[in-house]
Design a protein. Structure first.
Length: 342
């Protein structure tokens, strides 16, 4: 199917009010530590090395039991509407692409749509770990390609860690499965895909692609009524799968290089390594992990906002959005910055 003319908006975002630095997180681990006090400095040192490697500095967390996934998504939608000077009038479908949820059914997108005041719309969830938001963008493009009467799709995500983070670390060996959780932050992001250009600038989509290596599905899991367990070292090694796929995707587009790379943010080292691996300048990679930590599916939207806040892309600038996640799955999206004339 040929991709029709579709334009991706600027992102809207929302963050919790509570900001934690590395010392705050270490205090949580220390409070749960039951081992030999003389060994605590060894555990702390190992955690600090992980933070330094990932460039983790701060993250935002909402640890209230009453915190709602849909509330943060709605806040991000309102921010998206404001920064794009638009309304929900043309939105025909609402997609939620996050991991976090308060219930198994109905679709979280239906609650979000209701809270936005949409009385009649197509609403559904797209669940695919940290690639969920971009995968939902791809699904939105599919619906717009299939249904001529669809004008715009609202694509949102919202990540609240809830009880899924564990600070129960008694030895360095525990960090093999639990270190990733110490870098996690909460946040929400929203985008709109529509058929018409955005007057104040947006991304004219040129291509999308997704890919999975399901043999690695068990490397990262959040069990029902469990906590996040992630084999971080093994997952980082899978970055070797990303580089050739990304390079081939760009080659199919006829792009030797892009001007900006906006990727999921598990660590800043990994983001730069991927860009360097495809033969481009790692300085073109947007790094926002130090600002928000790993916000799972919301991280691309937050990094995208950082790009647009730092510098307005030149008309025609090539921008790549991408994410890799547990599963093992990856999604990549490419477009040119387009500003409507007149």
């Amino acid at each position: 199917m040929t991709l029709p003319a579709l334009y991706l908006s600027r992102p809207g975002v929302a963050l919790p009010a509570t900001k934690l630095d590395n010392d705050d997180v270490l205090a949580k681990v220390r409070a749960n530590y039951r081992g030999d006090p003389k060994r605590w400095s060894v555990v702390e040192g190992a955690i600090r090395r992980i933070f330094a490697m990932c460039q983790t500095r701060v993250r935002y967390l909402d640890e209230r039991e009453e915190a709602r996934v849909a509330d943060y998504a709605v806040d991000a939608v309102h921010d998206c509407l404001q920064v794009n000077a638009t309304s929900l009038e043309d939105v025909d479908t609402v997609l939620f692409g996050g991991i976090a949820r308060q219930y198994f059914e109905p679709a979280t997108a239906t609650e979000i749509a209701a809270r936005l005041g949409l009385t009649s719309t197509h609403a559904l969830d797209v669940t695919s770990a940290c690639v969920g938001h971009l995968e939902a963008v791809q699904v939105a493009c599919g619906y717009l390609s299939l249904h001529d009467h669809y004008r715009a799709a609202l694509v949102t995500t919202s990540e609240l860690a809830g009880d899924y983070l564990s600070y129960d670390i008694q030895a360095i060996a525990d960090l093999h499965l639990r270190s990733a959780g110490l870098t996690i932050g909460n946040g929400a992001a929203s985008l709109i895909v529509r058929r018409t250009p955005w007057p104040n600038g947006g991304l004219e989509l040129c291509g999308l692609e997704s890919y999975s290596e399901p043999a690695h599905w068990d490397l990262c899991q959040v069990p029902i009524k469990g906590t996040l367990m992630s084999s971080s070292t093994e997952l980082m090694r899978l970055s070797g799968l990303i580089v050739p796929r990304l390079r081939a995707f760009l080659d199919r587009l006829g792009w030797d290089q892009a001007d900006h790379y906006v990727f999921h943010q598990p660590s800043e080292l990994m983001v730069k390594k991927i860009v360097e691996g495809i033969g481009d300048d790692p300085a073109k990679a947007i790094c926002s992990h130090h600002l928000y930590g790993n916000t799972a599916s919301a991280s691309v939207g937050l990094a995208y906002r950082e790009l647009l806040a730092a510098q307005e892309p030149q008309p025609g600038a090539k921008i790549v959005l991408g994410s890799a996640a547990a599963g093992f799955s990856m999604v990549v999206l490419a477009g040119r910055w387009h500003v409507q004339q007149g």
